[in-house]
Design a protein around this ligand. Sequence first.
Ligand SMILES: NC(=O)C1=CN([C@@H]2O[C@H](COP(=O)(O)OP(=O)(O)OC[C@H]3O[C@@H](n4cnc5c(N)ncnc54)[C@H](OP(=O)(O)O)[C@@H]3O)[C@@H](O)[C@H]2O)C=CC1
Ligand SMILES: O=C(O)[C@@H]1CCC=N1
Length: 272
Amino acid sequence: MTRIAFIGGGNMARSLIGGLLKTGVPTSNLSVAEPQPQAREALGRDFRVATYTDNRLAVADADVIVLAVKPQVMPAIYNELRDTLQRNRPLLISIAAGVRLDQLERWFGVLPIVRCMPNTPALIGAGATGLCANLRVTPQQREQAQHILDAVGLTRWIADEAQMDTVTAISGSGPAYFFALVEALEDAAVAQGMPRDAARILASQTCLGAGRMLVESNESPAVLRQRVTSPNGTTQAALESFSADQLPKIVAHAVAAATRRGQELAAALDKE
Ligand SMILES: NC(=O)C1=CN([C@@H]2O[C@H](COP(=O)(O)OP(=O)(O)OC[C@H]3O[C@@H](n4cnc5c(N)ncnc54)[C@H](OP(=O)(O)O)[C@@H]3O)[C@@H](O)[C@H]2O)C=CC1
Ligand SMILES: O=C(O)[C@@H]1CCC=N1
């Protein structure tokens, strides 16, 4: 079975590891390199996976290496990994926002590399991941990468790598947008006198219900929205308020800002 090493054991690695274990991947097939002692302890306690301080030890016999560090940290790790990578030629999977395939090839060597963008709902098997591959990735390795990400949710291959920053802006960062909306709904209800716990659970369950309908029904978001919206009713009043406040423009600006930030993160690494 495929041995998978994670470089970086933070939020996203935890989500992927948790999701993979739930699908039956044995703990003995996973290893994690993480500098923070507390984070290492938590990984050992929560997932019973082997943890290392030394990146080289974690990747020693890996078939697949998942680079799960912040984009800015990439330059610190490629020197440590380069020898092992050239010797074993594993499949490299980067989940870093912004970082491009040509940058990864320049640092790590001409290896099979998949750039992907998962999201934190991977932890509960409900992730959404966009993937793209360099020309060195064989059809088998493509399947291998997809298999790993399929284990934690839905996957889509993205033919044009330039769109990966948009993927990041939609689904990578996306969970935070829905959390922010639930926070805002909760605060609005509290401002109207509702107890916070009731407001939170009602808003959260509504987010879950709406999300499941979006994914499980064959209807478009527009049709589902119309079914909630009685003529001259409460929903229409709220949607007209959204429209007056230019919600689509607010969202488009936010998505453009996230996309731009992905490009900036990569540009800052061009000199490395
Ligand atoms: N969070 C998310 O929702 C998503 C994140 N991503 C991407 O995933 C990557 C990781 O993000 P996230 O998990 O949120 O970040 P975290 O900071 O939670 O995790 C990164 C971990 O890597 C550790 N680390 C730092 N330097 C090294 C090193 N030299 N070798 C090994 N490990 C190191 C960090 O330790 P320390 O704290 O000491 O720096 C930290 O524990 C990023 O590139 C991000 O763009 C992609 C999709 C979604
Ligand atoms: O905020 C970030 O940069 C990372 C990438 C997508 C989600 N979190």
